[in-house]
Design a protein around this ligand. Structure first.
Ligand code: DAH
Length: 324
């Protein structure tokens, strides 16, 4: 038994997992162990031999059991240490770099435009993107059969509401509430069924509205020219082209020449049509009004020399990072 005990002690020293420990237990204390073999043999011995041998066997059993229990505790401790090591935080390691977010280039341009106009006393207003047909078309003097209302140009929500195709509807909402002198700009998203190098189904406009007792087209022209010089911060070639919008008369569009000599249309403008003023109960004998609608993406394209408007909305971090 002594030999068996010595080899058991050697064996248990090497064990470092619970399966091997279970195997060890059944090898030395199980039903098929030498221990049990001797236990069974005890009946063949006389009383005094039986007492002596059973003391030896019980001693063996007790010692091996102790060893097994100690090993169990040790294995449990090792498991805990391993677990702890797995989540170990090394505070001396250098920190991971946190990427800094930034505003979208279009948001930055809108903020810049708001600031330029705020110096001239313009207040900023916002309106709904889901707009009623009345504000988006009817009140703006846009006839029932105008192509802009066409299903192929406009996102119709139902027969009474559209995703606004222009911020101009806000002219009406503002005029309804403020009959007196006013200088307002309205930035916002607008939607049209268009998709190519210079059009996306969603884009941004900044509507402008000035109402006062003697507003003239010359005032409008000065404000817009001054705005372009400030936002593009360089000498740019500008041209006004006469145009047509149902809600302004006379109407014009402003083009800017890009670095390749191409003219890019960036805004529409004009004197607010008397029908529109009347729709809002503004007395045309006292007040006159002018308005404009700036294409924000167009300004951004010129300012940053971006030739394809779609780049702004593809969420390509490499493109957006350039504006940080
Ligand atoms: N709403 C027009 C458009 O989306 C732009 C525009 C033209 C706005 C003339 C105006 C304006 O305020 O007076 O094309």
């Amino acid at each position: 038994m002594k030999k068996t005990f010595i080899s058991a002690i050697d064996e248990i020293k090497e064990i470092d997992d619970s399966t091997s420990l279970n195997n060890f237990k059944s090898k030395y204390l199980g039903k098929n162990s030498i221990l049990y073999f001797y236990f069974r043999k005890l009946t063949t011995l006389n009383i005094s031999e039986r007492v002596q041998c059973s003391t030896i066997l019980n001693n063996f059993k007790k010692k091996i059991n102790n060893k097994i229990n100690n090993k169990k505790i040790k294995l449990k401790d090792n498991k805990l240490i391993n677990q702890r090591n797995q989540y170990f935080v090394d505070y001396t390691l250098p920190g991971r770099k946190i990427e800094r977010g930034s505003l979208h280039p279009i948001t930055m341009i809108i903020e810049e435009i708001k600031e330029i106009f705020s110096y001239l006393g313009f207040e900023t207003y916002y309106g709904p993107e889901l707009e009623s047909v009345y504000y988006n078309f009817d009140a703006l003097n846009i006839p029932y059969n105008h192509p802009a209302r066409n299903i192929s140009d406009t996102f119709w929500f139902n027969s009474k509401y559209v995703l606004r195709t222009q911020t101009s509807g806000m002219q009406i909402r503002i005029l309804e509430k403020n009959p007196g002198p006013i200088k307002a700009i309205i930035p916002g998203k607008v939607y049209r069924r268009d998709y190519d190098q210079t059009h996306t189904p969603m884009f941004h406009q900044i509507e402008g509205l000035i109402v006062d007792t003697s507003v003239s087209f010359a005032n409008l022209k000065w404000i817009l020219e001054n705005f372009i010089v400030q936002i593009l911060k360089k000498n740019t070639k500008i041209r006004f082209r006469s145009s047509y919008f149902p809600f302004t008369c006379p109407s014009a569009e402003m083009d800017i020449q890009d670095k390749y000599g191409n003219w890019l249309e960036i805004l529409g403008c004009g004197m607010v049509h008397p029908n529109v003023l009347q729709n809002c109960n503004i007395n045309c004998n006292i007040y006159s009004a002018c308005a404009f609608g700036i294409g924000v993406e167009r300004i951004a394209m010129l300012k940053y020399s971006v030739s394809d408007i779609r780049r702004f909305f593809e969420n390509d971090i490499r493109f957006l990072k350039q504006f940080v």
